[in-house]
Design a binder for this molecule. Structure first.
Ligand SMILES: Nc1ncnc2c1ncn2[C@@H]1O[C@H](COP(=O)(O)OP(=O)(O)OP(=O)(O)O)[C@@H](O)[C@H]1O
Ligand SMILES: [Mg+2]
Length: 307
């Protein structure tokens, strides 16, 4: 392969197009991070909060939106950008950002237990809740945690009213005592859950992750994918017709867009066409990758049948 081969791909990705089909298909299916416009904005907001000087009432952020739009992906990327670091001299590990998943039930001791695991210090869960909280407080300080993140915050709604109140107190503890910006992420229900506490609601700025629409952000996403998917011929992804098809099949949900594009790219390799065009989304043999995805045509048929 010479460097001028596959000029439709970004330079760093051209060599991927030269390898055999099985390897290219495996590459397409591998997990990856793609910086979308909205994800970039969310990361910039997190970055800004991380550099906020400590003060009594730190601003907090709620990252919310429909399921599978990429909230957890953004958090993981932010964590990778701010990894824990071990200081040989002091023997202390500092962890600027710590992220935990909300427990299935909002039980106070489970939440502290989860936080301790996220800090890399799973404690003896036989301790009293009070003690677990104290260990958390001490560790969060000694490890210089500047931003705790709790994902799937909407899970608190699975608890009883009393459990929910107690859990909101845990959030207050994290946001007030530690004087750090607390980040919560979850579905739209998470917002309602936080709003039930006026004091917390006052502190949280909301960052909404929208579904994709027919606009320049979607064009950018498709163009970026066109520049990295290892197909040997240039794809035709910058047209309104392609954007419409993609939105039609995915309802603008991020995970579905990624899976759909991967599916048509794999098909382009298997069929030998080596590029994605508007016709790629019409093939009878296009197996929609997720059960939540139905073809517009099928939806139309269902609608007609139900009349
Ligand atoms: N920026 C991205 N780059 C690459 N893939 C992404 C990106 N954002 C989302 N995805 C894909 O979408 C999937 C769903 O994303 P994620 O789990 O972050 O959604 P979520 O909003 O946290 O969903 P839930 O509300 O169900 O927890 C990911 O597993 C990944 O395949
Ligand atoms: Mg998630």
């Amino acid at each position: 392969m010479v460097l001028s081969d596959y000029p439709h791909l970004l330079p760093a990705y051209r060599s991927h197009a030269a390898v055999d089909d099985a390897e290219r298909i495996a590459w397409i299916r591998a997990d990856r991070w793609l910086e979308t416009a909205r994800a970039r904005a969310a990361l910039a907001r997190l970055e800004d909060l991380l550099s906020y000087p400590a003060r009594d009432r730190m601003p907090c952020l709620l990252l919310y939106g429909d399921t599978r739009l990429g909230k957890t992906k953004i958090i993981r990327k932010f964590l990778r950008d701010h990894p824990a670091c071990f200081d040989q001299g002091t023997g202390i590990t500092s962890m600027p950002v710590v992220a935990m998943q909300m427990t299935a039930e909002p039980l106070e001791r489970d939440v502290y237990g989860e936080l301790l695991s996220a800090l890399g210090a799973p404690g003896p869960m036989t301790d009293s809740t009070y003690r677990l909280k104290e260990v958390c407080r001490r560790l969060l300080r000694s490890m210089s945690v500047r931003m705790p993140i709790i994902d799937e915050i909407h899970a608190m709604l699975a608890g009883s009213f009393r459990q929910q109140r107690i859990f909101l107190n845990v959030l207050r503890f994290l946001a007030n005592d530690l004087r750090v910006p607390l980040i919560c992420a979850g579905t739209n229900l998470a917002r309602q859950a936080l709003l039930t506490d006026p004091q917390l609601a006052e502190r949280f700025e909301a960052f909404h992750l929208d579904r994709w629409a027919d606009n320049s952000q979607l064009s950018q996403l498709l163009t970026s994918l066109g520049g990295i998917l290892p197909l040997r011929r240039p794809s035709d992804l910058a047209t309104t017709a392609v954007r419409r098809k993609v939105l039609d099949l995915t309802d603008g949900v991020t995970v579905r867009i990624f899976r759909l594009m991967e599916t048509v790219a794999v098909e382009a390799i298997r069929s030998g066409s080596e590029c994605i065009t508007v016709g790629s989304f019409d093939g009878d043999d296009l197996v929609l990758p997720l059960v939540t995805m139905t073809r517009h045509m099928e939806k139309g048929l269902q609608r007609r049948a139900s009349r």
